[in-house]
Design a protein. Structure first.
Length: 248
């Protein structure tokens, strides 16, 4: 067990998540790394808990019944006794405007779902360490943060930091959209490859088709091998009359 894991034994994290599957998965991950975990099923239940017992950190989903993650964050920030609790929001962010909502409600950090487990643990460590750093008196000329395993001193003004934050996020979203478009184009290309087109030599008598190797195959065999179509067998009305006219 690492020294970092040893210190985690005293750190209690509140998880607000309405999906029981997601909540149990996150609880197991955090407890496996020796954090104490309490689970709330929605924002209202989470708020009720923190008013009685103050956790070191809150990890909250955004879309929940009763009270969503944004509102939970606002309520905590409005409470003088609780406002210092760091909050990490789990979200399916897709637009830069979503960051504005997070800033408005006072969230400390975002993580998109589905999340990478190593990245989530890294974010938890990042938020907790920076919380401790900022409890110490800081210079008016800048702030000290912990990132990527190192301490950094940032002396940019808040507007510059926000500009960088938004531009970086917007770039990441655009890259995601570009990848989605490329994936769609590749899928369409694959579908086109699997679609039969052009002239196909077919026997006028037995209806077999000559393939690219010059071999003659039954129609259903050829189509099955060159497309994703599947066959079910039946009998058409005309053949039914010819074959079973005495039974009709």
């Amino acid at each position: 067990m690492s020294s970092a894991d040893n210190t985690n034994n005293t750190i209690e994290i509140l998880v607000a998540e309405d999906s029981m599957t997601q909540a149990v998965k996150l609880q197991y991950l955090l407890e496996h790394h020796h954090y104490k975990v309490v689970v709330a099923r929605n924002g209202l239940e989470a708020l009720s808990f923190v008013e009685k017992q103050r956790p070191e950190m809150i990890i909250s989903d955004i879309v929940m019944p009763e009270m969503d993650g944004y509102e939970l964050c606002k309520r905590i920030r409005a409470n003088e006794r609780l406002k210092g609790i760091p909050i990490l929001l789990l979200t399916s962010l897709s637009e830069p405007e979503d960051i504005i909502k997070g800033l408005e409600c006072g969230a400390d950090n975002f993580l998109t779902k589905p999340y990478d487990e190593k990245l989530l643990l890294s974010r938890v460590q990042y938020v907790l360490i920076n919380q401790r750093i900022r409890q110490n008196p800081s210079s008016d000329m800048g702030i000290e943060i912990f990132f990527a395993g190192k301490r950094h001193f940032i002396n940019s003004d808040r507007i510059q930091i926000l500009d960088l934050l938004f531009s970086t996020y917007e770039s990441a979203v655009q890259q995601k959209r570009d990848l989605e478009l490329i994936n769609k184009e590749l899928k369409d290309a694959l579908d086109t490859i699997k679609t039969l087109h052009g002239l196909l030599p077919i026997c006028s008598h037995c209806k077999k088709i000559r393939d690219e190797n010059g071999e003659w195959q039954y129609l259903e065999v050829y189509i099955s091998r060159h497309s994703e179509a599947k066959f079910t067998h039946g009998i058409c009305p005309e053949c039914k009359k010819k074959l079973y006219s005495e039974l009709l």
